[in-house]
Design a binder for this molecule. Structure first.
Ligand code: UDX
Length: 453
């Protein structure tokens, strides 16, 4: 793609782990196609340029205090980021666009949750493409929020949780995205605003692949965004050879995970991680701890700082009682962990990145979604792809123990384990020559080259 040489793309990720990782991976993919890449990032959760020496980084002076950055009011936090970034980003863009020493800018790629980027890009007549870091199925549910409201499914009523959403198979009311730290009306506004963003953009990129979310992608193309080109070009990290070696983590990865996994039997370990945001109450934490201990399977557990409301209340004598059968860290090199032959299951919150990373390594999942798109992803994992089991009947230690054993050891879990391996094969194919993501990436490059900045 020689035409892309000498052209620059400006990428602006939402400053949270689950959004940063895919944006940087996308940057690597587009860099491999010849574009120069500039990353704009905030001082809040700022990025480390040394992890990507082939990119140019521009930090804008936007920071948040500890109380402002609290996820306890996620809606307010997003509004604050959008409000605080407008002017610094405008100034940054003016500088970048007028820099005669740099390659000319072909377009901006930003996150649809950074909705202020629309007016700023428009004021410079700069085309804007969106990267949605979540899956296509959850985005299709978001795009259907007005319909779900009209039909009375939203706001969600506790008495209707088990009812099927007949307009959106296979979901039940309890699978619809919600966020307990945001009141239902504000959440509705946040989501509908985000789902409207693609209509004012030059294209929409997903970190997914056709075979994984064919139906949802067709719905988005036909019903939600018939005039917007959609590019499913994932799984990014599988086609980006730099992804596994360059860390984009805001926390330091504990490499002891790998040496510990090296001592474990093949497919024996349950890897447990609930991403970068989800948190549990102390009582739930205890059930997780004892459920893992009682399962008799070895486990690798990420207990991130802040994962437990209050202190980290490891039960007295818990760690000693494990006799080395459990390894607990604050942050793991997750992609390496999931690719390790000792890992036999992933107990996950079903953030989209974790879900996709698990699919790519053929690791069956125990699904424990906490909020937003995670509920949709979990239903897909358990009921559409059938590569996981949901912890639907509560989080008591006996249920946890039973589910781990069913998925990893018992005959009942065999079909799920087999399907996970078959799905992995499909994920591996999409980036072969002529594969769907490979073609879609080429389509995206052509599309960018056709934009008139
Ligand atoms: C958030 C939302 O929670 C999620 O619903 C949405 O889909 C994306 O944004 P997060 O909760 O962080 O993301 O989960 P996830 O999407 O799974 O992303 C976490 C990333 O951190 C993954 O790429 C994972 O590999 C990485 N990670 C996680 C580590 O590298 N080490 C860890 O110990 C845990």
């Amino acid at each position: 793609m020689e035409q892309s040489r000498g052209l620059r793309l400006i990428l602006f990720p939402l400053p949270f782990q689950g959004h940063i990782n895919p944006m940087l991976e996308l940057g690597n993919l587009l860099h491999s196609k010849g574009f120069s890449i500039t990353i704009v990032h905030t001082k809040f959760n700022s990025l480390n340029p040394s992890s990507h020496p082939h990119f140019t980084f521009h930090s804008i002076p936007v920071d948040l205090s500890e109380s402002e950055a609290s996820m306890k009011e996620a809606g307010r936090l997003l509004s604050l980021i959008n409000a605080k970034c407008v002017e610094p980003f405008r100034e940054c863009l003016a500088t970048l666009l007028s820099d005669a020493e740099e390659d000319p800018v072909a377009c901006l790629i930003s996150d649809p949750l950074l909705h202020f980027t629309r007016s700023v890009a428009e004021s410079f007549e700069l085309p804007r493409i969106l990267l949605r870091t979540g899956g296509a199925a959850s985005f299709a549910v978001y795009a259907a929020f007005p319909l779900l409201k009209e039909k009375g499914y939203l706001p969600i009523q506790d008495s209707r949780l088990e009812e099927p959403v007949t307009e959106l198979s296979p979901f039940k009311v309890k699978d619809l995205p919600r966020l307990d730290t945001c009141d239902p009306e504000s959440f509705y506004q946040l989501i509908t605003n985000m789902a409207n963003e693609p209509k004012a953009s030059s294209g929409l990129i997903f970190n997914t692949f056709e075979d994984l979310e064919q139906h949802a992608l067709a719905t988005l193309r036909q019903d939600s965004y018939p005039n917007i080109p959609i590019f499913p070009i994932g799984p990014f990290h599988k086609c980006d050879s730099a992804a596994s070696s360059s860390s984009t983590g805001l926390l330091t990865e504990d490499q002891s995970c790998i040496s510990w996994l090296n001592t474990q039997a093949p497919k024996s370990v349950v890897y447990v991680s609930f991403g970068s945001i989800a948190a549990v109450k102390e009582a739930q934490f205890l059930e997780i701890a004892w459920g893992l201990a009682n399962s008799n399977q070895p486990f690798l557990w990420v207990v991130r700082p802040g994962f437990v409301h209050g202190s980290e209340p490891f039960p007295r004598g818990f760690v000693e009682s494990l006799n080395g059968r459990g390894h607990i860290v604050q942050w793991a090199p997750q992609k390496q962990v999931l690719a390790h032959p000792a890992v036999g299951a992933f107990w996950t919150h079903n953030g989209w990145n974790s879900t996709l990373e698990s699919v790519c390594e053929g690791v069956p999942m125990i699904c424990m979604p906490c909020f937003t798109d995670q509920l949709v992803n979990a239903r897909y994992a358990s009921d559409v792809w059938k590569v996981g089991l949901q912890l639907e009947d509560g989080m008591e230690r006996c249920m946890i123990e039973k589910t781990i054993r069913k998925l990893m050891v018992e005959k009942e879990g065999e079909e799920i384990r087999d399907r996970a391996l078959k799905l992995m094969e499909k994920a591996n194919l999409c980036f072969n020559r002529g594969g769907s993501s490979c073609q879609s990436l080429d389509g995206l490059v052509k599309h960018i080259l056709s934009l008139e900045p």
